[in-house]
Design a protein. Structure first.
Length: 198
């Protein structure tokens, strides 16, 4: 049985492939011939992830999961949160998003933040949610060239380097997405049939 990951973000798809280590028979949206936008009309990670998963499930009939991830910064009342990808306006312009974060945090001592991921799995019309998070801090300057999104300014607790300074394998080992995916994979191992090699 195949499982669709409903995302247009190739970085996310590659990250999920690395996290699952080939254990799940995953297909992406391009395999379905889908190139449009998936709606994200809600104001919580749970609602957006659910909307995206059901959109693809209802369109193609494949069991499907989608994630929504947000960076929540304590001093900014948990902004950008659900609007992380479009914080500065245009979707996916993380240079502008990072600039906006750094500008808003200028002179603020409290740099505490966390990444949070919610995964919505739709199987035969039934919904199951999984979540994961990692705490850390926002650095005062960009550091590193790996990863994507806010990785150059997020330093996880217990580390003196940002996500963008880590090798991808190291980030994938500790990330918010990994924590949520572990719960999903455990669930699929116990309840699904997606050619998982334990």
């Amino acid at each position: 049985m195949k499982l669709v990951f409903a995302t247009n973000n190739t970085f996310k798809f590659q990250e999920i492939l690395a996290i699952t280590g080939g254990k799940i028979n995953l297909i992406n949206l391009s395999d379905l011939g889908f190139t449009g936008d998936i709606p994200e009309d809600y104001h919580s990670l749970e609602e957006n992830a659910t909307q995206k998963a059901f959109f693809i499930y209802n369109k193609y009939g494949f069991n499907c999961f989608s994630d929504d991830t947000g960076l929540e910064i304590e001093a900014l009342n948990n902004e950008p949160g659900v609007f992380s990808a479009r914080y500065a306006g245009a979707p996916g312009n993380f240079e502008e998003n990072i600039f906006k974060v750094m500008k808003k945090l200028k002179g603020i001592m409290n740099r505490k933040a966390r990444f949070r991921t919610v995964i919505a799995l739709v199987e035969r019309g039934n919904l199951t949610l999984f979540d994961g998070e990692i705490s850390g801090m926002i650095t005062k300057e960009r550091r590193g060239n790996n990863g994507f999104g806010y990785d150059p300014i997020f330093q996880p607790d217990g580390y003196d380097i940002t996500f963008a300074e880590m090798e991808p394998a190291e980030k994938n080992r500790i990330s918010h997405r990994k924590a949520a995916m572990q719960k999903l994979v455990k669930y699929l191992n116990e309840n699904g049939n997606y050619n998982i090699n334990a």
